[in-house]
Ligand binder design. Structure first.
Ligand code: SF4
Length: 331
């Protein structure tokens, strides 16, 4: 689907640039935004409500010492910080997330704020769980790496702007646009992107290559083992849920670390419940992203895991599965 050709060189929203620099390019070139689907709109609305609630808490706490929705100039227009705590200058970004984990886009948006707001010395990411309202507050420091990344993206957008001005490009793929971060248009919704139309204009799923018929048995065996794995995983999930329910019933009867047997039938079953304190875990990758830990200092403690791969096995409706290949059968 082709949306309208660009009509003006506009401004790029930092929140969009942080999610995807290419999205920032379309925004800069004034491409028409396609309305998000209903579900995405509801999620955005929920995010805004929580966002306003957290901002009101900041005002309650800091009064005149906080500036809400502060506007800051950057090379491609104006970016809007959720808030700036004035003394010391801390740029605040509020994000709603069920995982309570910072994403690269969240950090990047904060990096834009701290990079371009002269009054901001550092930043702070507030993550809010939309259902439980739990929150995490993570500090942020603009490192040389973050500055270089922000400047690199800004320069890339300058190239987009210049390429579009001379000569003007009505193409849905104007020259100089940063690379796509989505592998296919279906991923656009997860980035709340309003430019999937022009971004994937003319794009088609690559056709599947045909494998030789001699591999049919192995493929069938793979499909069957995937089916079995899914069935076992679902059985395991059900057993774990059932076990959790039974444990909830018995827990009040059992003092920690004391063995119990069934009344009168000692020896048939022994049950013991042991409590352990929650382990302290460190999000080292987050601490590096937040500029609180130096990646170089961590180098001696670094271990690289084994490379991994992801397989996707999809059975199509109406397709006939060939007989699995069991190899040589000695009878
Ligand atoms: S569709 Fe994906 S790659 Fe394209 S602009 Fe949007 S977020 Fe970026």
């Amino acid at each position: 689907m082709l949306t309208e050709a660009p009509v003006r060189i506009g401004t790029a929203r930092a929140s969009e640039v942080a999610r995807c620099p290419r999205m920032g390019g379309y925004s800069l070139l004034g491409f028409e935004r396609v309305e998000l689907d209903e579900r995405s709109q509801r999620l955005v609305l929920r995010g805004r409500m929580l966002h306003d609630w957290k901002l009101s808490q900041l005002v309650e706490r800091y009064g005149d010492g906080v500036e809400i929705e502060r506007r800051v100039a950057w090379p491609h227009g104006e970016l809007r910080e959720d808030a700036l705590i004035l003394d010391p200058g801390i740029a605040v970004e509020i994000k709603t997330t069920t995982a309570l984990r910072a994403t690269d886009a969240y950090w990047l948006q904060l990096a834009f704020a701290v990079r371009y707001d002269d009054a901001a010395e550092a930043g702070c990411l507030v993550l809010v769980h939309p259902a439980t309202l739990e929150e995490r507050v993570l500090p942020f420091r603009l490192t040389a790496e973050w500055s270089a990344r922000v400047d690199g993206i800004s320069d890339a957008l300058t190239d987009v702007r210049e390429a579009a001005v001379d000569p003007p490009s009505p193409s849905p793929q104007p020259p100089g646009l940063p690379e796509r971060i989505c592998a296919h248009p279906g991923e656009a919704a997860s980035h709340f992107c309003p430019f999937a139309g022009p971004c994937f204009d003319g794009w088609q799923y690559p056709p599947a290559e045909e494998l030789a018929a001699e591999h049919a048995g192995s493929i069938a065996a793979l499909v069957l083992v995937e089916r079995r794995r899914k069935a076992l995983a679902s059985e395991l999930r059900a057993a774990e849920e059932e076990r959790a329910g039974i444990r909830d019933t018995l827990r009040p009867l059992l003092r920690p670390r004391f063995p119990y047997t069934l009344g009168g039938v000692s020896g048939s079953v022994t049950i013991k419940r042991t409590e352990s304190a929650g382990r302290v875990l460190y999000d080292v990758a987050d601490a590096v992203s937040a500029g609180q830990l130096d990646a170089d200092a961590l180098a001696p403690f670094t271990r690289v895991g084994k490379p991994s791969e992801r397989w996707t096995v999809v059975e199509h409706e109406g397709g006939a599965l060939p007989a699995p290949d069991y190899g040589e059968v000695p009878f």
